[in-house]
Design a protein around this ligand. Structure first.
Ligand code: HMG
Ligand code: MG
Length: 342
């Protein structure tokens, strides 16, 4: 990948849907993922192995994972599907599905790979040939930058959560799965306001990297991030030795600053961003938080800068419009609405 390439991780099926009060049918979730798989995306966050009494909307994530393994959606590229797991229980639930469906997914470890990559699938350079390789599966842990958010979101302190995440990270890596490690409320907390120390974020990031995380995902859960604070955070990460290629930025657009903060991050050298189609989303433990920056807006923005995302904007606009209608929300992608003439 050249320095012009920006990876967009689609988090709509998880972050976008987790907060919806009305139960969304499993078939709708699967249809969303299947549509997204045909846009050129390589990374889709598909569900969450958390306690169903805490986040009922994600209770069918086991069925989603199983479906994706048994009937992998047609895609242009091999796709990596990621799932949140807050503890060993969540990881075990995911692993038991993987174990009962051997050879249906690829792993990153050469030694224990259950799948022998076939040339045509792995080195599929031509976008017109459909991908035939099975998907990758990734697990994501999610720490918080403040004690109050950790208590609300995970029911434990930051240190106690890191103990649990270590089990998840080590267990997932032992199965050859890649691990994403979120840190939430990095630019503002619903309970502690702007009192979030970038050095604390960097310290947590270093702990998670040491445990074996493959990627640190910095979550502006509340959308309180501003341009100067984003720059300050990225400098703190750099000072702590976290490399740009280890980082993903996850902006919520609650205050309309997501693309500004994206621009600051790009300038700093970050090349991986989370987004959700239609601007879906919100966090159940962050009152008033709205959706992630929309995939349509971020792709349009990248195109305007001459950056390459490999994604088809028109198709993304159609999907954003379809899913928001399907779940009875307004389409909150400016670009989506403009392109569709709404
Ligand atoms: P707890 O109550 O402290 O844990 O919850 P517990 O161990 O006492 O378990 C409570 C109940 O949950 C028990 O069931 C467990 O069996 C069950 P009961 O005995 O009451 O019937 N349980 C589980 N069930 C299924 N899967 C599991 C699991 N673990 C326990 N993995 C826990 C602790 C972490 C489980 C809980 O707090 C929880 O699930 N929280 C979910 C938080 C969450 O999903 N938040 C939203 C995602 S984070 C986010 O959106 C931010 C992000 O987008 C980035 C950003 O924007 O910044 C990622
Ligand atoms: Mg989020």
């Amino acid at each position: 990948a050249t320095n012009n390439f920006v990876k967009i991780v689609e988090v709509g099926p998880r972050d976008g849907l987790q907060n919806e009060k009305r139960t969304i049918p499993l078939t709708t979730k699967i249809e969303l993922i299947s549509k997204l798989a045909r846009t050129g995306l390589t990374d889709i966050e598909a569900g969450s192995f958390v306690a169903p009494k805490w986040v009922p909307q994600m209770a069918d994530s086991n069925e989603i994972l199983e479906y994706l393994l048994k009937y992998p959606p047609t895609s242009l590229n091999p796709i990596s599907y990621s799932f949140l797991a807050p503890n060993a229980r969540g990881l075990d639930n995911a692993l038991s599905i993987l174990r009962s469906n051997p050879k249906t997914y690829q792993t990153f470890s050469e030694q224990s790979s259950p799948y022998e990559p076939d040339e045509s699938g792995i080195s599929n350079e031509s976008a017109s040939d459909p991908n035939t390789a099975p998907p990758f599966v990734e697990m994501s842990v999610f720490a918080a930058a403040t004690e109050s958010f950790s208590q609300k979101n995970l029911n434990c302190s930051i240190d106690a959560s890191l103990e649990k995440f270590k089990e998840v990270i080590v267990g997932a890596k032992a199965m050859g799965l890649r691990v994403r490690a979120y840190i939430s409320v990095v630019l503002g907390c619903p309970f502690e306001g702007y009192d979030v120390d970038p050095r604390k974020v960097a310290e947590i990031a270093c702990d998670l990297m040491e445990m074996g995380a493959d990627e640190i995902d910095l979550g502006d859960t509340t959308g309180m991030g501003t341009a100067p604070r984003t720059a300050e955070l990225l400098h703190a990460m750099q000072a702590a030795g976290i490399r740009n290629e280890d980082l993903t930025m996850h902006f919520h657009d609650t205050y309309g600053q997501a693309l500004v903060n994206t621009a600051i991050s790009l300038e700093h050298g970050i090349r991986r961003f989370d987004a959700s189609v239609g601007g879906l989303g919100g966090c159940p433990y962050s009152p008033g938080a709205t959706g992630n920056v929309s995939t349509e807006d971020i792709v349009y923005f990248m195109e305007s800068l001459g950056m390459d995302t490999g994604l088809d904007l028109d198709t993304l606009c159609d999907i954003g419009d379809w899913i928001t209608k399907e779940i009875g929300k307004t389409n909150s992608s400016s670009v989506g609405k403009a392109i569709l003439g709404k």
